[in-house]
Design a protein around this ligand. Structure first.
Ligand code: SAM
Ligand code: DTB
Ligand code: SF4
Length: 343
């Protein structure tokens, strides 16, 4: 029996030891899922999933060398580079996402860090998307403390900036910035008063201990990220990680379950990689505590399940889209998802 392992506490903890997190990963699968699901039910409505839609506002030609990423200028992935989109085009995409039931719109840019002029345009996008009544999220690379304040002042709710893997494995994946650079940006985002979206990628050839250390690092941040995206590597031909041994889906589920236990009040997002997952794997992820997804046929540059498929999966599982924090008109996100099915 595993009674000596703390399952959950009323107040989230920030002092998880390596051994404690390893012990959770090492539990028999049923014990781990049972604990994670209990924690999930204590903090969230078990049949609601938050729905976000991604938009690549600036695609490709990124100077960074992240070994997983199709957008790095260093790898030949056949991706067409695109300049920063016009504000109107982004707002139009946000309107469509809202009509389809998304409550959060996430704008991603292939930058190491945005230049002042670029950030001004991004701030205008944020203002106009926010005015549609949607939650706003952006992921545009490293920020200075001042840039974080600028984004907050334009109405940005969430900033996504992933740690991606353990501090120890990071140098195998990215050489053009450090783990500390990532932590610094996260601190600026937090100090500016925005919500943090921070997680990682599983299936990059890391050892089990790297997953332990990634989740331990996230859980031991001064405040838990409100949103924790767990991505499964999308293998893109031309990137150095293409051809990495595929992940055991049950190891992915274990990672979701441990994230749920360590960060009980955070939304855990079943993020990239759903196209390659069976419906049954996704179902287990929801049971293990995942309660957010990206909705829409595209992530940033790669495929995501089509909307009909996701709608059917939600219906088969009795899952509803989580209502928006500030509702838009008198329809719910679930109504809008359903209405879109008939259009
Ligand atoms: N350039 C910015 C940055 O890196 O912070 C923002 C955009 S970047 C594409 C956002 C995140 O997407 C990365 O941190 C990584 O976690 C995720 N990502 C990129 N390529 C991926 C892939 N092939 N599979 C899974 N996740 C991926
Ligand atoms: C996150 O953690 N995953 C999203 C979002 N944050 C920006 C991005 C996934 C990208 C997958 C590869 C692509 O489509 O380019
Ligand atoms: Fe650039 Fe972000 Fe891709 Fe890294 S993950 S290459 S920083 S777009």
């Amino acid at each position: 029996m595993n009674q000596d392992i703390p399952v959950h506490t009323a107040t989230p903890r920030h002092n998880w030891s390596l051994e404690e997190v390893q012990a959770l990963f090492g539990l028999p699968f049923n014990d781990l899922l049972f604990k994670a699901h209990q924690v999930h039910r204590q903090h969230f409505s078990p049949n609601q999933v938050q729905v976000s839609t991604l938009c690549s506002i600036k695609t490709g030609a990124c100077p960074e060398d992240c070994a997983y990423c199709p957008q790095s200028v260093r790898f030949d992935t056949g991706l067409e580079r695109e300049a920063l989109l016009a504000v109107e085009e982004v707002v139009e995409q946000a309107r469509t996402a809202r009509a389809r039931g998304a409550t959060r719109f996430c704008m991603g840019a292939a930058y190491r860090s945005p230049k002042a002029k670029q950030l001004e345009v991004i701030c205008e996008m944020v203002r106009q998307v926010k005015a549609l009544g949607m939650e706003t999220c952006a992921t545009v690379g490293m920020l200075s403390a001042e840039q974080a304040v600028q984004l907050r002042d334009s109405g940005l709710d969430y900033y996504n900036h992933n740690l991606d893997t353990s501090p120890e494995y990071y140098g195998e994946i990215i050489t053009t910035r450090t783990y500390q650079d990532r932590l610094d940006t996260l601190e600026y985002v937090r100090s500016a008063g925005m919500k943090v979206c921070c997680g990682g990628i599983i299936g990059m050839g890391e050892e089990a201990v790297d997953r332990v250390r990634l989740l331990q690092t996230l859980a031991n941040l001064p405040a838990h990220p409100e949103s924790v995206p767990i991505n499964q590597l999308v293998q893109v031909p031309g990137t150095p990680l293409f051809g990495t041994d595929p992940l055991d889906p049950l190891d992915f589920i274990r990672t979701i379950a441990v994230a749920r236990i360590l960060m009980p009040c955070s939304h855990v997002r079943l993020s990239a990689g759903r196209t390659e997952m069976s419906d049954e794997t996704q179902t287990l992820a929801f049971f293990a505590g995942a309660n957010s997804i990206f909705y829409g046929e595209r992530l940033l540059t790669t495929d995501n399940p089509d909307q009909d498929h996701d709608r059917r999966l939600f219906a088969r599982l009795g899952i509803e889209a989580e209502p928006a924090t500030s509702p838009v008109g008198n329809t719910t996100a679930t109504d809008r998802m359903a209405a879109d099915a008939g259009s």
